[in-house]
Design a protein around this ligand. Structure first.
Ligand code: SAM
Length: 379
């Protein structure tokens, strides 16, 4: 039973391929990776420290040492292979039913989508296929194409192995609202913008708490956004999607009460991230709130293995800004962009936001999918 009408359906054999991908990813993550973590953190890193070298700074050297080990290279190769097999198997499933998905999208009314044939995606998104997703976020065949959106949606639960809300993949959206309820409970947003919405997983979840609000989502790919509109509408939510760069949008100054981003900043660049914050500041009315959710693997709080794992993510999962984003003082950038009362810390991941829940926002780090890193502030 699909969670919404746009979700591509899997045949028996396709479902078996997906199960194989998940089981391989699980094996690599739960059986093999802990062994590398223990070896690096308990054996290698202390040797570096004992030699007078700060293991926190030497993770690149340690990674080179590891890469000389055949067993480590095998783990790397299998991890990349699992990711590639995920996209391949999902792509095959989507291609088999693409005309049907496109018809279904056209027959589903609600919300709007505005694409722009002359749109040029920023370099940090066009030069690499982030997450190894063939074609990247911006891939679009024009017309009524929804392929990249369908592929991203079907793959999301496999990618996160169900830990971000299963096939709805929406825990991040609920977690943003939980942060809002805890820290900005007075805000009754009438206009909301989600920057880097992809297929609206978080946007749709956020919109569900504010049925009277006008909700917008922007991203760089036409096929993502056409799919996003139909997906949100099939879940009973009308959202206005447009193909725009979050660094500079065509929305009027002061036109939003709430601007959010979810897992976007680490896929930008050193120069784009501050530009996105300045644009969020321009778009908010005085008193409006910006909330950014990010991967909670801040370098200053993490072990040597986590840093090496981050380097793997940057080099082999095509996330070139992974380390940059986690070493930047994101709260400081928010302040420098004009935001007041800036908060930077960790919010517990929740499947549903609850105004009455005991506050859980903290400065204590935690693992990914258990907490998310949050940077928020007020204009
Ligand atoms: C990991 S996905 C975000 C997923 C989504 N926000 C969620 O929570 O499910 C990152 C998204 O940010 C988008 N993005 C990155 N930089 C952007 C920019 N400057 N303008 C618009 N979208 C951007 C990418 O195209 C991609 O779709």
């Amino acid at each position: 039973m699909n969670v919404h009408a746009m979700m591509p359906e899997a045949t028996h054999d396709e479902a078996a391929r997906f199960a194989h991908v998940v089981s391989l990813k699980n094996y690599l993550m739960r059986n093999l990776e802990p062994k590398w973590r223990a070896y690096v953190d308990d054996t290698l890193a202390p040797q570096f420290s004992a030699a007078g070298r700060d293991s926190a700074e030497e993770y690149r050297d340690l990674e080179k040492r590891l890469a000389k080990l055949g067993a480590y290279r095998t783990w790397q190769a299998l991890t990349v292979a699992a990711q590639e097999e995920m996209w391949r198997s999902v792509g095959t499933c989507v291609d088999r039913q693409l005309p049907e998905l496109e018809s279904r999208a056209q027959a589903t009314s609600g919300g709007s989508v505005r694409t722009d044939e002359s749109f040029v995606p920023p370099r940090y998104l066009s030069k690499v296929d982030i997450h190894l997703m063939p074609g990247g976020y911006a891939a679009d065949r024009g017309g009524e194409d929804v392929r990249q959106g369908a592929v991203f949606d079907k793959a999301a639960a496999l990618y996160h192995m169900g830990r971000n809300g299963g096939e709805l993949n929406d825990v991040r959206g609920h977690t943003i609202v939980q942060h809002l309820f805890e820290r900005y409970g007075h805000l009754q947003p009438k206009r909301i913008l989600d920057i880097g919405c992809t297929v609206g997983h978080s946007t749709t979840a956020i919109a569900s708490y504010f049925p009277d609000a006008e909700v917008h989502g922007i991203d760089v790919g036409g096929a993502l956004l056409r799919y996003a509109r139909a997906r949100s509408a099939s879940l009973g939510t009308n959202i206005h999607y447009s193909q725009q760069n979050g660094e500079r949008t065509d929305f009027a100054e002061g036109s939003f009460d709430l601007v959010v981003s979810s897992a976007v900043l680490h896929e930008t660049s050193f120069s784009a991230l501050p530009r996105i914050f300045r644009e969020a500041h321009r778009l908010l009315r005085p008193g409006g709130v910006m909330i950014n959710l990010e991967v909670p693997l801040r370098f200053d709080t993490h072990s040597t293995w986590s840093r090496i794992r981050g380097l793997f993510e940057a080099l082999h999962n095509n996330e070139p800004f992974w380390i940059g984003a986690q070493t930047l003082d994101v709260g400081g950038i928010a302040r420098a962009s004009g935001f007041n009362d800036v908060l930077a810390g960790y919010q517990n991941a929740v499947p549903k936001a609850d105004r009455a829940a005991a506050p859980k926002f903290t400065t204590t780090p935690g693992p990914v999918h258990v907490v998310w890193y949050m940077v928020s502030g007020v204009k």
